[in-house]
Design a protein around this ligand. Structure first.
Ligand SMILES: Cc1cc2nc3c(=O)[nH]c(=O)nc-3n(C[C@H](O)[C@H](O)[C@H](O)COP(=O)(O)OP(=O)(O)OC[C@H]3O[C@@H](n4cnc5c(N)ncnc54)[C@H](O)[C@@H]3O)c2cc1C
Length: 557
């Protein structure tokens, strides 16, 4: 937005003392020209002054870019003058002005990081380290970058006061209190997303250029490239952005991060980047069905809604295959975990022995992460060693860590415990079964594709991964009644205009870099597929061709 236009939106802030209330939708952005604005954190125990925004400074945190309700209250403490922009004007500004984008995005992201670190937000979680649901909610809020305060039933001295104040019985926990008023007992992720406004302002009924299913590295990369190239893109994510990478304690082999970066940080940045360019990201909404027509597809959500799309990118990745142990589910988050981050680590208490199952990089990272505090870690692998399945740098570090012991040709055959895991029975290469009093097991065994919702819709390989491009046989195409004269593009599935990228794709190399690469490449095929199709008008009234032209003009492509 040119400076002259900015000046037009200047507003005197004298009479109005309250600029923004916490929880308010459509939060404007203010640059203070003269005067002062106070940033206040309202809570049930009183208001806390967090900061004062003086002249030449600006308000806001990343909620503004994400389109979420305001976390804080803004109050005029000294009358003056502000430049006021709506969220859309602010969006346009950061998309067109690289210098301002740099300053604003950096500040907004760091302000959010600070709030998260200090647990200052609009949600209070009362839970227990012994409750699987508590761990789920903490993980969900953390992976969505939402600041919240956590109070543990068994560890925090003032918990009794809180329970009394909100009339909560200890048997109700976990309880999430949003903005000091809504009390949610063991809420689902979807309820939390709805209550905290994660999916505010997302229109899921108009026809999009591209709908991307899954917000792991592949889906987020596709979203960044699609939106930055002028496509109308919507991402549908069943849980939280970040996918498997988001659960990695440290990724050290992704290009450009020589000292490594936590998966959470990497994917949080990608999430903000996608939204900065204008992609919409729906959280805690799983896709349950894909319907394909010649010119238009649709993705049905678990809540029954149907999202129409001119093209679809499937980036639903993979998840750990659960071993066939009879009572496994009983110990979910009560001794058995599927990722090793600070949150799972907090569940371990003073346990000094832990088992990690798996021989891949994720198991190696988990073992090293958990060994930092001096615990004894037993890594169980069915094969004869780690070298075939794990990166060399991880194998070497494991070898050099005396508290990590690798047990080859060994597997778990039974889990025992009452309410919480107490004992693990293992069988070694000789067939001997031994019992170990270990209360915490991290399972990081082979991955299975998240394609259950696509059975019968797309050609899959024998392991359930999606076949694309040259992997599709003549029989696959005949069975799918492939209607076009051309062959499927490199990342195109057995349905024209439907693409698959990342771990969910048959033949993909299971790495962050390949997921990101495929997500970005897919967009060039999306452009081709859109150009091939006729041009029905888009929900926002502008055609694909005209938006593409504008985007090329902006980026100089
Ligand atoms: C602990 C761990 C450590 C790792 N460390 C490294 C490393 O150091 N270096 C490296 O290169 N790779 C690493 N990897 C591998 C890397 O994380 C994956 O290859 C990468 O995340 C794959 O990205 P993706 O987007 O294809 O899939 P995923 O990351 O699996 O993301 C898929 C997303 O789709 C969502 N989804 C699934 N089904 C649906 C549905 N029906 N509807 C809507 N959404 C759905 C999921 O919730 C998920 O968010 C690691 C993996 C793990 C688990």
């Amino acid at each position: 937005m040119p400076y002259e236009e900015l000046v037009k939106v200047m507003r005197v802030m004298s009479a109005i003392r309250l600029l923004i209330e916490s929880g308010q939708r459509n939060v404007p952005f203010f640059v203070v020209k003269a005067g002062e604005i106070e940033v206040i954190h309202p809570s049930d125990v009183g208001d806390t002054l967090l900061a004062t925004v003086h002249a030449h400074r600006f308000t806001g945190d990343i909620s503004m870019i994400l389109g979420r309700p305001a976390l804080m209250r803004l109050r005029v403490s000294e009358p003056g003058e502000v430049v006021q922009l709506t969220r859309d004007e602010m969006h346009a500004l950061i998309q067109t002005d690289a210098e301002l984008s740099d300053v604003l995005m950096t500040a907004l992201i760091y302000r959010r990081i600070e709030l998260i670190a200090q647990g200052i937000g609009d949600a209070l979680l009362i839970g227990s380290a012994h409750s699987a649901a508590t761990l789920r909610i903490r993980t969900f809020l953390t992976r969505n970058g939402h600041p919240f305060k956590y109070v543990d039933l068994d560890r925090d001295p003032d918990v009794r006061n809180l329970l009394d104040r909100f009339g909560v019985d200890p048997s109700d926990i976990p309880v999430l209190i949003c903005r000091g008023e809504a009390l949610l007992k063991n809420p689902s992720n979807q309820t939390i997303a709805d209550r905290l406004g994660f999916n505010e302002r997302i229109d899921d009924v108009h026809l999009r250029d591209v709908v991307i299913v899954g917000a792991g590295p592949a889906g987020l990369a596709a979203a960044v490239y699609a939106a930055s190239e002028g496509l109308d893109a919507l991402v549908i994510e069943a849980s939280s952005p970040g996918g498997q990478a988001g659960s990695s304690s440290r990724i050290e082999n992704y290009l450009g991060f020589p000292t490594g970066i936590s998966g959470q940080e990497l994917t949080e940045r990608a999430y903000a980047q996608a939204q900065k360019f204008g992609a919409a990201v729906m959280i805690a909404k799983g896709a349950s069905e894909l319907s394909c027509q010649q010119k238009q597809h649709s993705v049905r959500l678990e809540d029954g809604a149907r999202v129409p799309a001119r093209t679809v990118i499937i980036a639903t990745g993979a998840r750990y295959r659960k071993p066939a142990l009879a009572n496994l589910a009983q110990f979910d988050c009560a001794g058995v975990y599927y990722s090793a981050t600070f949150m799972e680590e907090a569940q371990l208490g003073d346990a000094d022995e832990v088992i990690v199952v798996g021989g891949g990089n994720s198991a190696g990272q988990a073992a090293l992460f958990l060994a930092r505090t001096g615990r004894r870690i037993h890594v169980l692998v069915r094969s004869n060693g780690l070298s075939a399945s794990m990166s060399r740098y991880l194998v070497r570090r494991i070898e050099e860590t005396p508290t990590i012991q690798v047990r080859t040709r060994t597997e778990i055959v039974k889990l025992e415990g009452d309410g919480h895991l107490e004992r693990v029975l293992c069988r070694d290469g000789t067939g001997a079964v031994t019992s170990h009093d270990v209360r915490h097991v991290f399972l990081m065994t082979g991955a299975e594709a998240c394609t259950g919702w696509l059975t019968g819709r797309l050609a899959l390989d024998t392991n359930g991964f999606i076949k694309t491009g040259p992997d599709l046989t003549a029989e696959d195409l005949a069975e799918a009644q492939w209607p076009l004269a051309r062959s499927p593009y490199l990342l195109e599935t057995s349905r024209p205009g439907v693409f698959a990228v990342g771990d969910v794709r048959c033949g993909n190399i299971k790495r962050v870099a390949s997921a990101v690469g495929e997500g970005s490449i897919a967009i060039s095929f999306v452009h081709r597929a859109l150009a091939e199709s006729l041009e029905p008008p888009c929900g926002n009234g502008s055609s694909y061709a005209s938006r593409r032209q504008r985007s090329n003009h902006q980026t100089g492509d």
